[in-house]
Each structure stands twice: as structure tokens, then as C-alpha cells.
Design a protein around this ligand. Structure first.
Ligand SMILES: [Mg+2]
Length: 250
């Protein structure tokens, strides 16, 4: 992983942006700081202004783990080409058929509600096409995670993605962030994409890997990650957006 804030990385970014990529952004922990109360995450004004300026000039998409309508109301007012929720599965324009998933997720939710009632502090967020199990509020997070993993083993076909004191539970076969980004590129006829994210679900984008078609940036330097570049912290997002604005102005 290389820092994005070096002369050679900047140059690589400027060159990449000449080939008219689309620009993809994760939401939590990328455009906004991670905070304990997930309902209180809003775009800071400086980020919002820069994003709006960028999205007026080049195609921008946001791909979040939140439910679609949840993320939409937090990023409204920016001329996105697409807003994608549920880790890639739920979007406008639509990318996948979700009826079966909705039914399955409803069954999981009922089952887990009963089980997790035994463990105070574990909170299930129902995002209609996926569940996020939060254990930020429990006394012993390690014990909680073991309990969650053991319980989830009893469920049918699912895909798990870990995260920052959360476990994401998704039906198999749905688009992930990586496949969603590729589908959007196809639609927008853009062979190249820039993408920035901070968490494990963003690795589904980072593994797409090929440097000629993907310019990947992780918030925070961490190994192992498949991202090629990093910026040190979420607070660097405004500097990163300034760099993108400079790159597309060239
Ligand atoms: Mg994130």
C-alpha cells in the first residue's frame, strides 16, 4: 500500500483521471467519521460541498452498507449517477432482483431476535435485504462475537462480512460492492473506476484490483488490504476530494 499523498501517487491519480473514470465512494467511515450513534452520521458541510462540485463535473456514485433509503437521505442534494445500499444489492437504478432475499432476511430477523434477546446489547439492524448485527454496546465484544457467530451457523445460505463491531449477514448471490461498481461502470460506459472505502466490505471492490482499470484508496493504512493506495485517516477525506477536484480540472 502506498500513501496517496506523495508526488508520484498524485501523478498516478492525475493520469488515471484523464481516462474519464467513474468515482465511487463508501459512506460511513469514508465520507463521514464512524460514530457510536449510527443515526447521527451526516455529511459534514465541507465534504458535501466538495462532493457536489465533483459530481457536477464527473460521474459519481455512492455505495454503502446501509439500506438504500437510509443512505439516500444522508447524501441527498448531490447529483449522483447512482446511490447504492445494502453493500451493493439495493440501488436506483436497480441492479438485482431482490424478492427472495427480502423473504429470507425477514425469516432470519425473526429467528435472531429471539436468540439475541439472551445477550443484552446486541442490536439487529434490519435493512430489508440484509441484516447488520451491531455489538458496539455490549460489555464483552469478544464474547458477543463468538455468540453471534455460533448463532449464525444455524442459518441457511448466507454470506457474512465482518466490520467495525458489526457483522453483516446477506443472502447468497446478491451483488456485492465490487460487482455493483462493475455493473454501474458498464451502464455508464466507463471502463475505469476510482473507489475509496474504509472497511471489510470495501475489499470486494479492492480485489477487482487491476491498476489500469481501478484506482483504489483505503481510509487508514491496514494490512491485509487489497487497496493500492491509502490516506492516513477519515479526516483526510477533504484533502482527498480536493485532489480529485484538481485532477478532473486538468
Ligand atoms: Mg465504511
Amino acid at each position: 500500500m502506498e500513501s496517496l499523498f506523495t508526488p508520484s501517487s498524485r501523478l498516478a491519480l492525475f493520469q488515471f483521471c484523464r481516462a474519464q473514470p467513474i468515482f465511487g465512494f463508501d459512506f460511513d467511515g469514508t465520507l463521514t467519521p464512524v460514530i457510536a450513534d449510527r443515526n447521527a452520521a451526516w455529511l459534514p458541510l465541507g465534504v458535501r460541498r466538495r462532493l457536489a462540485r465533483l459530481a457536477r463535473q464527473v460521474p459519481c456514485v455512492v455505495i454503502s452498507g446501509r439500506g438504500y433509503s437510509d443512505v439516500l437521505r444522508r447524501v441527498r442534494g448531490i447529483p449522483w449517477q447512482a446511490v447504492v445500499g445494502n453493500h451493493g444489492a439495493e440501488s436506483v437504478p436497480r441492479l438485482a432482483n431482490l424478492e427472495k432475499s427480502e423473504k429470507l432476511v425477514r425469516e432470519w430477523h425473526e429467528f435472531l431476535q429471539e436468540r439475541f434477546a439472551l445477550f443484552p446489547g446486541i442490536d439487529i439492524e434490519d435493512k430489508r435485504f440484509s441484516l447488520t448485527i451491531h455489538y458496539r454496546e455490549v460489555k464483552d465484544p469478544k464474547k458477543a462475537l463468538r455468540f453471534i457467530q455460533k448463532t449464525l451457523k444455524q442459518l441457511s445460505a448466507h454470506h457474512l462480512i465482518g466490520g467495525k463491531l458489526v457483522v453483516n449477514l446477506l443472502p447468497l448471490g446478491l451483488p456485492n460492492k465490487g460487482t455493483a461498481l462493475r455493473m454501474l461502470q458498464k451502464r455508464l460506459k466507463a471502463p475505469r473506476a476510482f473507489y475509496v472505502g474504509d472497511d471489510l466490505t470495501d475489499e470486494d471492490v479492492f480485489v477487482l484490483g487491476r491498476p489500469r482499470t481501478l484506482f483504489s484508496v483505503r481510509i487508514g493504512k491496514r494490512r491485509p488490504s487489497q487497496a493500492r493506495y491509502y490516506v492516513p485517516a477519515q479526516s483526510d477525506i477533504e484533502a482527498l476530494l480536493d485532489l480529485l477536484l484538481e485532477a478532473v480540472a486538468r
